[in-house]
Every structure is written in C-alpha cells, then in structure tokens.
Design a binder for this molecule. Sequence first.
Ligand code: ASP
Length: 420
Amino acid sequence: MKRIKLHWWILIGIVAGILAGWWTQSFCSDAGIPVESTAAYAAFDGLSTIFMNLLKMIVIPLVFFSLVSGMQGMGSLARLGRLGLRTFLFYMGTSLLAILTGLTLVNLIRPGDGLNVTVPTEPVGKEVPESFWEVLSNMVPDNVVQAAADFELIGVILFAILFGAFMLTLEGEKKDVLSRFIEACSDIMMKMTGFVIALAPVGIAALIAKLVSTSGPELFWEMRWYVITVALALATHLLITLPALIYIFTRRNPYRFIWTMSPALFTAFSTASSSGTLGVTLRRAERGAGISNRVASFVLPLGATINMDGTALYEIVSVLFIAQVHAGIDPSFTLTFGQQLLIVFLGLAVSIGAAGIPHAGLVMMVIILQAVGLPVEYTALIWAVDRVLDMGRTVINVTSDSSVALMVAHAEGEVSESVD
Ligand code: ASP
C-alpha cells in the first residue's frame, strides 16, 4: 500500500476536528449543557495542550543548536553578514508589499464606513509596551535563561548568534570538539522535531475541534466586511504576491513549494503561533524543500520573530478600519497624510516587535492607535473576531518566512533538489 503523506493526514485531521467540534456543539445546545463540561471538550483541550506544549518544548533547544551549528558551517563572519543583509532586505520588502496590499484593499472596500457600533469600554492589552524604544530594548535579554523560560525567542536568537559568532573565532581542537558536539545536538533536536510532527494530525484535529465546539458564527455578521477585507488581503499576499516573488527570484514552482511547506502552514493555522510552529517550519524547509541547514537555521528563527507580513497587513487594515468607524461617530475626525505614513511605519515596526504568539498583533495595535489619537477601546471590537484572523495571519507569517528562506538559499546556491 502506498504510504499516505503527512499533508493528507493533517487534512483528514482538520476535517475530523471540524466534525467532532461541530457535533459536540450541537449535542450540547440540544441538551442545554455547557460545552466545557463535556468529556469530549476535556479531551480536545487535553490533546491540544499536549501538542502545543510539545511544539514549544522543542523550539528553544532546536533554535539554539540549529542556529549555532548552521553558523559554524558558514565559516566566516563576513559570509554571515552577507546572509544577514540579504535576509533583512527580503524581509522588509515582503512586509512592505503586504502593507501595500492591506492599504489598497481597506481603502477600496472601506469596511468601517457606516458601521453602527457602540464603542466598547474595555480596551484590550494593558500590558502593552509604552514606546518603540521599549519594544526594541525588550529584545535584548538581561538573562538568557529567563528569556528561554519565558519563551522569548528573540533573546535566545540574539544569544545564539553571539555564541556562534564567537565560536567562529575559536581555533584547533577546542573548535572541533565543540562543533561536533553542537552538530550532534542539532541532529537530535531535528529527530525529536520529526517525532512531534508525526503527532500533528491528532494535535491539529484537537485544536480545531476545541475551536469549533466553542465558537458561534453570530459574531462575524456585524464585522463581516472587516473580516472579508483582512481575509482578501491575506489571500492576495499568499496566492499572488509571495508566489510571484518566489518565481521571479528562484524560477521554481511557487505553489509546489507552498504545498511542500503545508504541514508547517497547517500547524501555524491551528496554533496561531509562528514561534510555536518553528520546529515544523525548520524541518519541512530542510527535509522537504531542500533548503540548507545553514540558511534555514538562520533565516527561519529570525523570521518567526521579526518577519510578520500577515501581522503588518492586519495592523494597517485594522487601524484604518477603526479610523473609518470612528469617523462615522465623530465626523470631525480625519487622518492627515502624515498620520497615514506614521501608521504604515508603525505597522511595520509593530510587526517586527510582536512576538510569534497568539493575539500578539492585536495587543500591539494599541501603540498605533495611541500614536494617531484613536480610542484604544476599539480593540475590544476586533477582539471578538481575532482568533480566526490570527490563524490566517500566522499562516501568512510562516509562508513569508519560508519563501524568504527559499529565495535567500537560492541566491546563496544552497537549495538541493527537493527531498520530498
Ligand atoms: N499570532 C501571530 C504569529 O504568531 C502574531 C500576531 O498576533 O499577529 O505569527
């Protein structure tokens, strides 16, 4: 019998999850009991938590060993610098294109015009950083063990890059022994990741079942044009912009590449966390798409934390949506051209600063709203529909990281023919 590929298992898991969640929800509403009190919900919750924990458990050691080992393969700091510059330019470029897409669609569709809503009173995200500098300085950890324990990936990456860079200056036996040790650890982490990925169909099924069993469609109605605008903009970036870039820069079939990466994209969709997905992304990029460890281990962890096209696009659409709603309530409110530019700049900055965890983009939006004088209470409105949009934008975030990894690897001559 032909072996069924992982992608298909995951798709089967998604369908099973939708059916199980839907069935649980309708059973409970017929019987008049809360979903959360059922054994089925407890199982969905337990299984999805185990899967999420496993994913997160492997990320920190995987990133550290994989990044340091990749840097040793690079041989020199100059080469690392070139790779870093290329990665950075691609990351900024894709994010700006995403912002442009969001900007165009939100101005064409104008989802906030004439929307009759009452301004909520409870804002979301009180723990938000005060300023841009605070976002930036938060990236440098004062304690790397603490950063690892708090799942602050950016701090761990920074430490790993410094560690790897100074390891390059070692010589002789010391260097050989340490290199081999780190390479072995990196191999073990890759294998552990493979093991966790094999559980993905069940984990994803549980995550989807939990979501479906507890959410109702009603809330989407009022906000439908906003949801449609975000979804359309995300889809444009996923299906047109990124594929076009992949084709232009690598001449490869972009859709085939996206399909190869799809286990990572499904994981991103169901977990809404690009950092949590990182293990799957790394493994698919190396073992599935043939991107070298040197490039993947550098580009992808950085991307999971600083490159968020979906988030950038979502910030722009949401802030302008809120501005449109607010203008309906307070007709004297307008955004100057300078303020719109500021929104674009802050949208990009927020997407860099936001962590790759669920709802991070929404919490950080407060920075932009405050900067242009919009009431932050509006975030409560968006919160109601954020889960599903978060799932969508996380898929785009991970697709963009993977696409940039492919383009950089191609430019460096580091893509082997597809393994899978
Ligand atoms: N959940 C997103 C991610 O992990 C971040 C966001 O909230 O926009 O990529």
